[in-house]
Design a binder for this molecule. Structure first.
Ligand code: ZN
Length: 276
């Protein structure tokens, strides 16, 4: 799930070789970012080529079925750029619109699966985002990773993160996740996705969920989540069923991120907890 950020002014003004570590130079781009800053970003967009949003190489010379066959043959490393995490697959790629398959529990400890997990975490942090599903790096397996940090949250206005019930949590890796709602409470907020970069849409999500599955050590885990973490879990689990947030968003709320603050159309539901 797209969190948050784009490049800081500093990153955008400096050549890559002079930039400090990305984690220190990236500024959170969020729904909650002040309009003035977003306008600034809009007026002076960050470089998109090779720096922050490198062009995707996967599938460029082959059909999805051939590329997938390569993955099955253990050639997943081919799509990885040298020296960095894999590129994030963008909407339209079939791998994002089809159900992913379960990981064989006997394979969880294998080098291949552990490498996929490492690549996912690296890709999520590089983006940066607060969640990622394996299909987003072109791997049709049921694996999700997510984390939210004080630093990320600190870039958003407090009143917004409070309304979203957004709190930091440590890295979570879940294989074969099964999600179920724990209450009927829902909330409507704008949501983004690293595979639909630069856009937002209003999505209704459950506020309380439970996710069970396997950890990266192969042991069963159970996560009880609420608020924004519950939203991230629902967003990532949707990816595993081939569903993007745009498939679930409230009609007529889709917009570019720079237009986030513009009013909703007449008749659209209001942001926030449903019924509050
Ligand atoms: Zn997503």
């Amino acid at each position: 799930m797209e969190s948050l950020h784009r490049a800081s002014l500093q990153l955008r003004l400096l050549p890559l070789s002079l930039s400090p570590a990305p984690s220190r130079t990236l500024v959170l781009r969020t729904l909650l970012e002040p309009a003035a800053r977003r306008r600034r970003l809009g007026a002076d967009p960050p470089p998109k080529s090779g720096l922050i949003f490198p062009p995707r190489r996967r599938y460029s010379n082959s059909s999805p079925s051939i590329a997938r066959a390569g993955w099955l043959l253990g050639l997943a490393g081919d799509k990885k750029k040298s020296g960095g995490p894999p590129d994030i697959v963008k909407a339209g790629d079939p791998v994002l619109h089809e159900p992913a398959r379960e990981v064989d529990p006997a394979d969880v400890g294998s080098e291949r699966i552990q490498k996929i997990i490492d690549d996912m975490v690296a890709a999520m942090r590089k983006a940066p985002g607060v969640g990622l599903a394996a299909p987003q790096i072109g791997i049709p397996l049921r694996i999700i990773v997510l984390e939210d940090t004080k630093e990320y949250i600190g870039y958003a206005p407090k009143e917004e993160t409070k309304a979203q019930d957004r709190r930091p949590f440590d890295l979570l890796v879940i294989l074969n996740p099964k999600l179920k709602k724990k209450s009927d409470r829902t909330a409507l907020f704008f949501e983004g996705c690293l595979s639909v970069d630069g856009y937002r849409g209003l999505v209704e999500r459950y506020l309380d969920v439970e996710v069970t599955g396997l950890g990266r050590d192969g042991k069963p885990i159970k996560v009880d989540a609420s608020g924004w973490q519950a939203r991230i879990l629902q967003h990532e689990c949707n990816h595993l069923d081939g569903t993007l947030y745009v498939d679930k968003m409230v009609p007529r709320t889709f917009r570019i991120v720079e237009n986030l603050d513009l009013p909703l159309a007449d008749g659209c539901p209001r942001l926030g907890v449903r019924g509050s």
